[in-house]
Ligand binder design. Structure first.
Ligand SMILES: [Zn+2]
Length: 402
């Protein structure tokens, strides 16, 4: 429908500068916002009420024919937050002549939920904004467009959108995945206490999508990440998972799904540093440098070697050196380091022996950077951290938009 919209306003502008006119424009758009919505709504409402059968029926008896205006002016009682600011609209009341029921048209015509001040459409936009930038930045940017938005509204929107997002494996994408964790700042817990765990699935056209997200203890509770995708994993005949997490929960899948687990070689030296710290080995002391250098050597794989015999011999040598390193840790009383390496040893060279590209872990690394850029701004509650990350990752990797 084409409609004419005319308006005449008196506005105060002191000088013809870009600054002064821009400021006046903000004031003008604030004045126009509710008026424009109100005018369009009223024109449509009049048009619909003029029809023999209305496009909406009585809420109580369903009658679409005999509806009459009860109040088409009225005070602006309906408040709805849009990304342009707060709308104040009259409720546009009609009455059913058959049963006497009175009802309001405004929200019905707008297609927004009853009562909610912030409708779903706005929640999605504010939620995405708050997941892409810090609340302070989101507030500042919105402020530049002329209206004041409180950070609590942005925060609540992020939480609402986050709660609605579910991740899962896509049976049409590749049977290849990577899982990894990164420490996150949670209120009242030191950095190493909790970690965000991510499960990414590789896509046919390159890149990856997010198939799972969970928060658990550092280096523990990996079942929280894998349990939600167990059913979906059964759809794959074979699935290769690169991870340094605990995959015990996947053993229950039996023969139906073959899960190949491999320690991420890229990660092992990083985690080893953490165990060195736990064993109270002085940072950058001679013993610390020596142990870490040995492990880096063991974990370095030349990607271009394709000959099976050469690979086998290289892995044998690496295993011998790993044994020596574990023995060395034991002798020095570094029990955490020794146990960590012993547990890692079994799965460390699986992918290399299968001549699989071990470096693909870089995909999940990029996802981790995407998480860290947002999560390291501020301190979070567990649910807050999970929800903001869900929205962020859904946008960057799974096609979510607002
Ligand atoms: Zn009725």
């Amino acid at each position: 429908m084409k409609l004419d919209y005319g308006v005449s306003v008196t506005i105060d502008i002191s000088e013809p500068t870009l600054k002064a006119i821009s400021e006046a424009y903000f004031r003008l758009s604030a004045l126009l916002l509710s008026d424009f919505f109100k005018t369009v709504l009223r024109i449509f409402a009049e048009r619909y009420m003029g029809r023999k059968y209305k496009p909406f029926g009585c809420e109580r008896c369903g009658n679409r024919g005999q509806l009459i205006w009860k109040n088409r002016e009225g005070r602006a009682r309906t408040k709805i937050l849009t990304i342009f600011g707060l709308l104040r609209l009259p409720q546009l009341q009609v009455q059913c002549k058959r049963c006497g029921h009175k009802m309001y048209l405004t929200r019905r015509l707008l297609g927004v939920e009853p009562r909610a001040k912030v409708p779903e459409q706005t929640v999605r936009k504010l939620g995405l904004m708050g997941a892409l930038a810090s609340f302070r930045v989101a507030q500042k940017i919105v402020g530049m467009f002329g209206w004041v938005l409180d950070r609590m509204t942005i925060w609540r929107s992020v939480q609402r959108v986050g709660r609605q997002i579910r991740f899962d494996l896509d049976a049409n994408q590749l049977p290849l995945g990577q899982a990894d964790g990164t420490g996150i700042p949670i209120r009242g817990i030191r950095k190493r206490g909790k970690e965000m765990k991510v499960f990414v699935q590789l896509k046919r056209g390159g890149g990856c999508r997010v198939a799972g997200l969970a928060i658990g203890n550092y280096e523990g509770q990996w079942e929280k990440l894998f349990a939600p995708v167990l059913e979906s994993l059964k759809k794959f005949r074979q699935f290769l998972l690169v991870t340094d997490g605990d995959t015990n929960i996947l053993k229950g899948l039996g023969d139906r799904v073959k899960v190949i687990v491999q320690r991420c070689l890229w990660h092992i030296p990083y985690q080893f540093r953490w165990y060195l710290w736990k064993d109270r080995v002085k940072y950058q002391s001679k013993a610390w440098v020596d142990a870490l250098a040995q492990l880096l050597e063991i974990c370095a794989i030349r990607p271009l070697v394709k000959d099976q015999k050469l690979i086998q011999r290289m892995v044998d040598l690496k295993r011998q050196r790993l044994e020596q390193l574990i023995e060395q840790c034991r002798q020095q009383g570094w029990s955490h380091c020794a146990t960590y390496l012993e547990n890692a040893a079994a799965d460390m060279f699986t992918a290399v022996l299968r001549r699989l590209e071990g470096r693909t872990i870089s995909l999940v690394e990029r996802v981790m950077r995407t998480i860290n850029l947002r999560i390291n701004v501020g301190k979070w509650s567990l649910a807050g951290a999970l929800n903001v990350t869900k929205v962020r990752l859904a946008y960057y990797y799974n096609g979510f938009d607002a």
